[in-house]
Design a binder for this molecule. Structure first.
Ligand SMILES: [Zn+2]
Length: 411
């Protein structure tokens, strides 16, 4: 394939400036002014980011095929590209959870056979009695029951299991199983999974990260009261990062109505308006490190029955324009939470380097148009589950183009 030059406003973690990116054999060879005649030029309304990554999704596919009516690797990849996302990391709470070498390899074989343009990183699951895999993978530990069977019923059991995972990267779903049990008969989904569940689990996860020398990540963080705990351990130098989802910064409990309640159900649940503001602030000030969606597709019929989770891949890029245009995030900060930090998270497990507009990084780009609004409609979605919590909402901008290894793909 011949070299490709993409020209426009380049947005990376350290600066925003007009320039060109030269991509050859799928890799960025040079970045700068005057590299040659551009093949693709984007005007000043557009920002060119290193390909964005969503490091928390549920693509639902495994050898049992029990959940492929919700999503598959292929439909998740189509939704990702539609949303401007070039790489994803897929969670392990499948019916045949990838918790050992054989089950992980079986899931990976399905993925390889699908030949997708989107790069997947597969998490390994940590469940009662599991041990690290032979190969290097990121892990996910579910403390309490959420969706799927992969969870611990006591924290002592999780502690004993984590002792075997020293030095590994472990992501935590922070909801304390004992406290969830205590609140299980409360009136609403939000009250059944209150603040204290996440706070208590945060304290426990941070203690585990320190005790077992893990590289820790807190998933879909949602309670403002927990942020000082994260800031404190980061200040101490512990390797801890945190994700924040689009739903926890866009919706809050004040927006729940009897009509939208089933659609606004996820774990952890929507929190108060103050928590929502605190999460926005955390993404801005560096307490949180990733905009990660927890894309959790369920069919419309399943949602009507009260299953937890929202799909978000199709709308990733348009949602980011809401952060940029309406919430005043700088392009540099967006480059950090959507490109560079997700890249840093998956790069140890991939042959390519994601996340920066620098020579040697993969030639994949996400280009957002900040002046072309996008109204979310059910018909336009690529996710197999066929709905979005943002239907009827107009974002201020949209995905102008996605490049994967130098090739411009239709979005
Ligand atoms: Zn999840």
């Amino acid at each position: 394939m011949k070299p490709v030059i993409v020209e426009g406003i380049l947005a990376d973690v350290d600066c925003v400036r007009p320039g060109q990116v030269l991509i050859e054999r799928g890799v960025i060879q040079a970045v700068g002014p005057n590299l040659g005649r551009a093949d693709h030029v984007f005007d000043e309304h557009c920002l060119i980011f290193a390909g964005m990554g969503d490091i928390h999704i549920h693509a639902r596919e495994d050898v049992t095929q029990k959940e492929t009516h919700k999503e598959t690797f292929s439909t998740a990849a189509a939704a990702a590209l539609h949303g401007g996302v070039v790489h994803v990391a897929d969670m392990p709470n499948n019916p045949a959870a990838p918790i050992d070498d054989a089950s992980y390899a079986a899931k990976e074989t399905l993925l390889v056979r699908a030949h997708l343009p989107v790069t997947f990183t597969l998490y390994g699951g940590i469940g009662p009695g599991t041990r690290p895999l032979m190969r290097n993978v990121p892990y996910k530990a579910y403390m309490g029951p959420s969706v799927g069977e992969l969870f611990f019923s006591t924290l002592e059991e999780l502690d004993r299991t984590l002792a075997h995972y020293q030095g590994q990267a472990v992501s935590f779903h922070c909801e304390d199983p004992i406290l969830l049990e205590k609140h299980k008969n409360a009136a609403t989904h939000e009250l059944r999974r209150p603040h204290e569940c996440e706070l208590s689990a945060t304290r426990f996860a941070l203690a585990m990260i320190e005790k077992h020398r893990l590289t820790g990540k807190l998933c879909h963080y949602s309670v403002g009261e927990g942020l000082p705990l994260i800031r404190a351990v980061k200040a101490k130098g512990l390797p801890v990062t945190a994700e924040v989802t689009p739903h926890h910064v866009f919706f809050d409990t004040a927006q729940i109505t009897p009509a939208n309640r089933p659609w606004m159900q996820m774990n952890p649940p929507l929190r108060s308006p103050n928590d929502r503001q605190a999460m926005l602030h955390a993404l801005r000030d560096g307490t949180a490190d990733y905009l990660a969606t927890d894309h959790a597709p369920h069919t419309i019929a399943e949602k009507e029955k009260g299953v937890s989770g929202q799909p978000h891949l199709d709308t990733y890029g348009p949602f980011v324009t809401w952060l940029l245009v309406d919430q005043g995030f700088t392009p540099e900060r967006i480059a950090a939470i959507c490109s560079a930090n997700p890249g840093e998270f998956v790069n140890p497990y991939q042959k390519e380097k994601f996340g920066r507009l620098l020579p040697g990084f993969v030639g994949s780009l996400t280009i957002l148009d900040l002046k072309r609004p996008m109204s979310v409609r059910r018909e336009g979605l690529k996710t197999k589950c066929g709905w979005s919590p943002f239907e009827g909402i107009t974002f201020p901008g949209s995905v102008a183009a996605v490049f994967v290894r130098g090739e411009r793909l239709n979005t």
